[in-house]
Design a protein around this ligand. Structure first.
Ligand code: GDP
Ligand code: ZN
Length: 319
């Protein structure tokens, strides 16, 4: 990669589609930079700090700096490989809603594992608080009780409503001046949240598609980094829908469940997976209610799915 020869400038990748990216350079210029044709998938992602070589023929992609953190999803071609979809992310906001769609703890857990693998800080954002009014007291309690295990494990939780505006200031404060990504099922209110932050974002996305030679279809698969007035950076990427799990060893899974890890030292076997092993301190603790049953069940389910993935990969001759 070109680096030391000729003039170059560093910057942040703020937009990326199939064949090119846009780099907001430290000299204030926004430069469109072609991507190498047969580049490795995930070589560069929105949020990456890169060097741009200013050659006579136009800007060229130089060195990509090592990432502080990343958000990745499994490669559809090979689930054991991770494709980075956003780089240098501080906070990944897992957006869920109450009532419709209802809170789905297992989905939250899978996102948590994926986020922690990349080193970003997860934040749980519970939207549509206004809709709790439709439920009776028991229904409300049932919905909100699902949050207790996450609060207990120290995860930041913001409850809000884009309808009433409740909690939005808290969310803004939690994300202030950070680089963040919103993940979650469709229909939970991710776009509404981002628009509540900055109503001009939709318009800005439109501008980019116009600037890109009017080839609007690129915008549907483009990833974009938006800078809000207060310096908060929001990465919007179509890849978030597929954020999941990949190539995690069953033995490593416990690390992503702090409340399980806290008891693992008491297990009879060092390599205990807390499943069927005898004298397992984790199983005992969950039987005593010291580990929330929902979290332990989630752990077991993810463990089983990792094993299925590994078996599948071995069958395909990759493992
Ligand atoms: P996304 O698919 O996650 O981006 O979700 P959207 O932002 O498109 O929102 C999905 C639907 O939920 C839309 O009909 C929104 O108007 C609605 N919605 C979003 N936030 C709220 C909220 O706080 N309360 C209620 N009642 N509806 C909301
Ligand atoms: Zn154990």
């Amino acid at each position: 990669m070109p680096s030391s020869e000729g003039p170059s400038v560093t910057g942040t990748v703020v937009w990326l589609a199939g064949i090119a990216c846009r780099v907001l350079c430290d000299d204030g210029e926004l430069r469109t930079v072609p991507l190498p044709p047969r580049r490795e998938q995930g070589l560069v992602a929105v949020g990456d700090e890169v060097e741009v070589a200013l050659s006579a023929a136009g800007p060229l992609l130089g060195v990509v700096s090592p990432r502080r953190t990343f958000l990745a999803r499994p490669d559809p071609q090979d689930p054991r490989r991770a494709l980075v979809i956003a780089a240098n992310v501080d906070v990944v906001a897992i957006v869920v809603s109450v009532v419709e769609p209802p809170l789905h703890p297992r989905l939250i857990d899978r996102f948590l594992v994926a986020i922690q693998l990349g080193g970003a800080t997860p934040l749980l954002v519970v939207n549509k608080l206004d809709r709790l009014a439709e439920l009776d007291d028991a229904g409300r309690a049932e919905e909100l009780d699902k949050l207790a295990p996450y609060r207990a494990m120290g995860l930041g939780v913001v409850v809000c409503s884009t309808r009433t505006g409740e909690g939005l200031a808290d969310l803004r404060a939690a994300l202030h001046a950070k680089t963040c990504v919103f993940v979650g099922h469709s229909g939970v209110g991710k776009s509404s949240l981002v628009n509540a932050f900055d109503a001009s974002l939709g318009a800005k996305t439109g501008e980019l598609s116009v600037a890109w030679g009017g080839r609007g279809k690129h915008t549907t698969t483009a990833s974009t980094l938006h800078v809000l007035d207060d310096g908060t950076r929001v990465i919007d990427t179509p890849g978030v829908r597929a954020v999941g799990l990949w190539s995690l060893e069953p033995r490593e899974l416990g690390r992503y469940f702090p409340e399980i890890e806290a008891h693992a030292g008491g297990c009879r076997f060092n390599d205990c997976l807390h499943e069927i092993e005898p004298r397992c301190a984790v199983k005992d603790a969950s039987a005593r209610g010291e580990i929330p049953a929902a979290r332990y069940e989630t752990y077991l389910r993810i463990l089983a799915s990792l094993r299925e993935e590994a078996a599948h990969a071995a069958h395909e001759g990759r493992g």
